[in-house]
Design a protein. Structure first.
Length: 326
């Protein structure tokens, strides 16, 4: 049984609503990707050079990234040879398999938050402006709160007008407390927030930061200062630094991830707006070219629209209609 059928069986037993979220969120990517793949299969009976070339284009258009695509096609060629695959329709299943393999690459993918054994778990959110940091914090607060944990939000974005109010709205929506201070330095708000979190035994602290596009040195200095304050109050914190990336920015996002990786220790990626793009292939490119796992995906603007990233659901969501059209 191929990977695709395995996923399919798995999800028939799963919570329907969970699978549907991925289905809907990946609709745009799937429509483009699967229909192109089906056309390609119809056009080419046999697997030849022209087939590979067109497949390469389709994958690049889905934003899988040139290097990842080259690596992927090499793997595919090797498998075609080894398993004596001749027809393009037999290759469709193998494509699903290989996508999974490229993502997992013999590693155990940890996509859960690294919770601290003792004291508050601190999660810092970074990323350029407009990617969805504040919204993600709201959604994650909602999720963690539902697990019965005490959550504190810290408005470390003291730069953008309206940023504090936006976080406060999320605080209300999710019944979580928010620490803020007008016209203050981010490090000072974070200091106050973490003191409160320790004193009042919060389980999880989510820290918002400003996403203004600064030069790298400024950004590095600011993050250093923030990390220093955090570490001083809660040793070994932040337990996670999540880089928020907008899936609709495609390959630009990959560059952002590389830049952030150079200046601070990113432990995971949140890929937002996957519902708004036909380029959902970016998930594979991030893992392959940046080496940081995608921990969460944003599949909409509402508080329920965040999911722990699951490669199996993702691939199933991407190829679902391929099966229906078989
Ligand atoms: N469709 C969709 N929209 C999203 C998602 N995540 C965030 N958004 C929207 O993206 C816009 C920007 O989100 P913010 O959370 O304000 O982004 P930010 O990174 O905090 O922005 P700055 O504070 O300006 O740096 C908002 O309109 C959000 O509703 C998502 O997963 N899907
Ligand atoms: Mg924000």
């Amino acid at each position: 049984m191929g990977m695709f059928d395995k996923f399919k069986n798995l999800f028939q037993k799963e919570n329907k609503e969970e699978v549907e979220k991925y289905d809907v969120g990946l609709e745009k990517t799937r429509k483009e990707f699967t229909s192109k793949l089906n056309l390609l299969t119809m056009k080419h009976n046999r697997i030849d050079e022209a087939y590979y070339e067109e497949l390469e284009d389709i994958l690049i258009e889905a934003d899988i990234g040139v290097n990842t695509v080259i690596h992927f096609i090499d793997q595919l060629r090797a498998r075609v040879k080894k398993e004596n695959i001749v027809t393009a329709s037999d290759l469709k299943e193998i494509i699903v398999d290989e996508m999974f393999i490229i993502y997992v690459q013999n590693q155990i993918i940890v996509n859960k938050i690294n919770y601290s054994q003792e004291g508050p778990t601190v999660v810092l959110f970074v990323g350029v402006n407009g990617v969805g940091k504040t919204t993600t914090i709201g959604k994650l607060a909602y999720q963690i709160k539902q697990q019965g944990k005490k959550v504190l939000l810290i408005a470390g974005d003291t730069f953008r007008a309206g940023a504090v109010e936006q976080l406060m709205e999320w605080g209300e929506r999710t019944s979580c407390d928010v620490v803020y201070k007008m016209e203050a330095d981010p490090a000072s708000v974070i200091y106050d927030g973490l003191e409160k979190a320790k004193k009042e035994s919060y389980d999880v602290v989510l820290i918002d930061t400003a996403g203004r596009l600064q030069n790298k040195v400024n950004l590095m200095n600011e993050l250093e200062k923030i990390n220093k304050v955090i570490g001083k109050i809660i040793p070994n914190a932040p337990h996670e630094t999540l880089l928020v990336m907008d899936a609709t920015t495609g390959q630009n996002g990959i560059q952002q991830a590389k830049s952030f990786q150079e200046i601070t220790n990113i432990t995971g990626i949140v890929l937002t707006k996957l519902d708004g793009t036909a380029k959902g292939g970016i998930v594979l490119a991030i893992k392959d070219s940046v080496g940081i796992p995608v921990k969460y995906v944003g599949l909409g603007e509402k508080k329920e629209d965040l999911r722990v990233f699951d490669i199996e659901k993702y691939i199933y969501g991407l190829f679902k209609e391929m099966d229906e059209e078989k």
